[in-house]
Design a protein around this ligand. Sequence first.
Ligand code: FRU
Length: 443
Amino acid sequence: MTVNEVHLKAPGNWINDPNGFIYYKGKYHLFYQYFPYAPVWGTMHWGHAVSDDLMHWEHLGIALFPTKDYDRNGVFSGSAIEKDGELYLYYSAVKYLEADKENIHVSLNDLFETSQAMLVSPDGFHFDNWKDKKMVLPVCRRKEEADNTHTRDPKVWKDGDWYYMILGSTVEKQQGRALFYKSRDGLEWKYVSQYQGEACGKVLECPDLFRVSGEWIFTGSPMGIIEDGKEYPNQSVCALAQFDSRTCTMELTGEVKFVDWGLDLYAPQTNLDKDGNRVMIAWMRMPEAVEEPGKTPWNGMMCLPRVVEIRDRQICFLPHPEADKYFSEKVKDRTALDFSKPYRLKAVLKEGEILNIGGYEISLENGCLKGDRSRVFVDGEKYRLEAKTPCIEGDCRLDIFVDRNLIEIFVNQGQYVLSHVVYGLRPYMKGEVDAVYTGKDID
Ligand code: FRU
């Protein structure tokens, strides 16, 4: 069993969305979309990792995998709840109507169907993929309710006497929508209502709806909201919302914003940590696998766990207190910094100044924070290399976490976050910084 530090990465091969993130019986469990055979997307499994502190992750192998006719081509994304001491895992079950003959791991021309299913684990460590699965929502044939192909990613929560499920879906791949279902027992579900709006893009994936300080927040990953011909037109958004639990009517009441302004973060999922903070974790997309000596090539990782807060009616994402605890060793002699390990910088950036982290450049341009990865990324044509936050009023205080393939910049206590995947960072740092911290090593 390998232990993986700070950013949960694919234990070789391919990872995408976080799934079933939960603090359950004294441990954090994080499942993830996993293709175990190559560092590319394919027939989906749920990989499984556990942690005591959200910083060190122990890989436990594959938890969920196709066994049933209805999930034969993939166990897609979903979520977890605890019920009567058991772990209920909800997921989307995919069945291809036609597979690509040269790559059976993908469907041909989107010819597939999706139902919603679950697996009940007695303890979070045993998953009987033959006996303990159950289909909870068959493929929907009523177009006004849902799309038979693109309806997925059940996020389930309990409120009072009811269980709620939000699903991502679409109308004809043109208008994204969020669907709401209700249940008394978490097993039998009834369709109640749906929401359509700009925040849902063309197809909505991985929606989430939760409360922070008494306010509802909607997050989701709408497809096709950026139109500039580059890769990754799909981005994750968040907005304050109103939600009537009885009728499952949702309205977005605040501005729709990016969860992260760096354009790699996708499919965020939240849950409560052991202290009751609302924590978000998300997939950081990578255009190419990383090959390191002696390791299976890997593609994809999770961002740092981020606490969701509302300040002045703005949704903020802060580094989790466990990240603070972990990166607490102040570096006195900066010339001795080991650039091969993750570290953290604090700085106040002024207009015109540049902070250069191994070739990655951070600057303030007309009050907006800019991250430029053009010197530390793959082939420039297809991808966005620069990203900016909206303009920042007052000081620009940065809290930056640097890992070998990921830079996460928290601006003014999580007012904005800008994260970028990077390749080939060089071992130097130039520019004015107030403090540097390294992580506490594990034994
Ligand atoms: C989002 C997503 C989900 C789906 C999963 C499949 O990245 O497309 O909608 O369940 O990935 O791997």
